[in-house]
Design a protein around this ligand. Structure first.
Ligand code: NAP
Ligand code: MG
Length: 403
């Protein structure tokens, strides 16, 4: 390499906490800065800085993502009572991911990174399955009641001009439980568009599932909105790309996904997505091999790893011990963001570089050189290395690919 790859528009870089913050710097030092004239606007979302700025730094980082279009984020601590004490925080700040999601609005897509020597638990799966989880409403914004006596439960809607609509939920004979939940057309519409845009970007089929046969208004509205948006705005584009939009019932979807070869985007309602993303991640191997990207309806992208800050490893690192923490998902957050930047700015070199870096990572693992978490899952010969050696092994393969 004689000259570094030039960038035009910067990436929004959101640094984070603990072990992933250590890995973040190693990735930049070993695999990015030597090859790219890396341009970023840097936001430190480390907990200390969030506390110092009353969490304004997180808001600014999200706003910058709207300005520049593509962000890459390191894992961050979501404070709980123990963290408030550990870091002496002014208050228990909200999850940065929730703050960013509230500003960008959008859908989170999670995709496993596949290597040959780690076989998915489901034998037929050959290609990754991406879960697209709706991130608003349903049981996550519900109202619940514990009923202790006999009585009548009703659902009541009072319109802004005072019109009242009522339905009986149940005449209770005795103790029981109640729940009210909602969603918004606007949120479902942006969910649909995010999924359809992402399917076009990846040139993969889009599946969507609900339980519309039982939930004839609630789930049926999800189905209808997807259908209308598809017919009006996306049908021709899908046909031109040779991909399909496919709707089915959630139980049918589960059965079909298990028998499939993978390679689709599976859009799920909020709760279904919560459950199914853990199933898919586990069945493919490990959270350390799962990438995550938030796609806003306006087409802003924020890439990250699906795992947290790997606290237990960090405490060992602080004691001076070497750790074998898997940097793959964090590295793929960078390559995902660089590829998108390259695509948007028409810098093919940047796209090619990111692809070579991904391939070099997969080759390293497939050659049996891996971190400890993967050794427990992989078949064949393997050599466990620490994070830094793993990144250097990737670098030696990357150098060959760049020659
Ligand atoms: P975690 O950081 O994902 O780690 C849980 C365990 O999974 C680790 O202790 C480790 O197991 C294994 N693991 C996860 N990632 C790994 C990797 N890259 N390489 C090797 N092993 C890996 O989850 P957590 O311990 O529940 O959460 C820690 C902190 O992360 C919390 O403060 C939480 O708020 C935050 N968090 C942030 C995000 C985010 O920013 N997106 C997401 C989730 C959690 P062993 O210890 O057995 O090796
Ligand atoms: Mg969950």
């Amino acid at each position: 390499m004689t000259e570094k790859i030039r960038m035009e528009v910067p990436l929004v870089e959101m640094d984070g906490d603990e072990m992933t913050r250590v890995i973040w710097k190693q990735i930049k030092d070993i695999l990015l800065m030597p090859y790219i004239d890396l341009k970023t606007v840097y936001y430190d979302l480390g907990l200390k800085k969030r506390d110092e700025t009353d969490d304004q730094i997180t808001v600014e980082a999200a706003e910058a993502t709207k300005k520049y279009g593509v962000a890459v984020k390191c894992a961050t601590i979501t404070p709980n009572a123990q963290r408030v004490e550990e870091y002496g925080l002014k208050q228990m700040w909200k999850s940065p991911n929730a703050t960013i999601r509230a500003i960008l609005d959008g859908t989170v897509f999670r995709t496993p990174i596949i290597v040959k020597n780690i076989k998915p638990f489901v034998r037929t799966w050959e290609k990754p399955i991406t879960i697209a989880r709706h991130a608003y409403g349903d049981i996550y914004k519900n109202v619940e009641m514990r009923i202790q006596t006999k009585g009548k439960a009703e659902i009541v809607f009072t319109s802004e001009n005072g019109e009242v609509t009522k339905e009986v939920i149940h005449d209770f004979d005795g103790a029981g439980i109640l729940m009210g939940m909602h969603n918004l057309d606007k949120s479902i519409e942006s969910f649909a568009r995010s999924c359809m845009n992402y399917a076009l970007a990846l040139k993969q089929d889009l599946w969507f599932s609900t339980k519309d046969t039982i939930s004839k208004k609630y789930d049926h509205t999800f189905k209808d909105i997807f259908e209308q948006i598809y017919e009006k705005e996306y049908k021709e584009k899908f046909e031109a790309s040779g991909i399909e939009y496919f709707y089915t019932l959630i139980d049918d979807a589960v059965a079909r996904v298990i028998r499939s070869a993978g390679g689709m985007i599976w859009a799920c309602k909020n709760y279904d997505g919560d459950v199914m993303s853990d199933m898919v991640a586990t069945a493919f191997g490990s959270l350390a091999m799962m990438t995550s990207v938030l796609v806003s309806p306006e087409g802003y992208y924020e890439y990250e790893a699906a795992h947290g800050t790997v606290t237990r490893h960090y405490y060992r690192h602080l004691k001076g011990e070497e750790t074998s923490t898997n940097p793959t998902a964090t590295l793929f957050a960078w390559t995902g963001a660089l590829k998108k930047r390259g695509e948007l700015d028409g810098i093919q070199e940047l796209v090619d570089f990111a692809e070579k870096l991904e391939n070099a990572t997969i080759q390293t693992i497939e050659a049996g050189i891996m971190t400890k978490d993967l050794a427990a899952l992989a078949e064949g010969e393997k050599k466990i290395v620490n994070t830094k050696v793993f990144l250097e092994e990737i670098n030696s393969r990357l150098l060959k690919a760049l020659e």
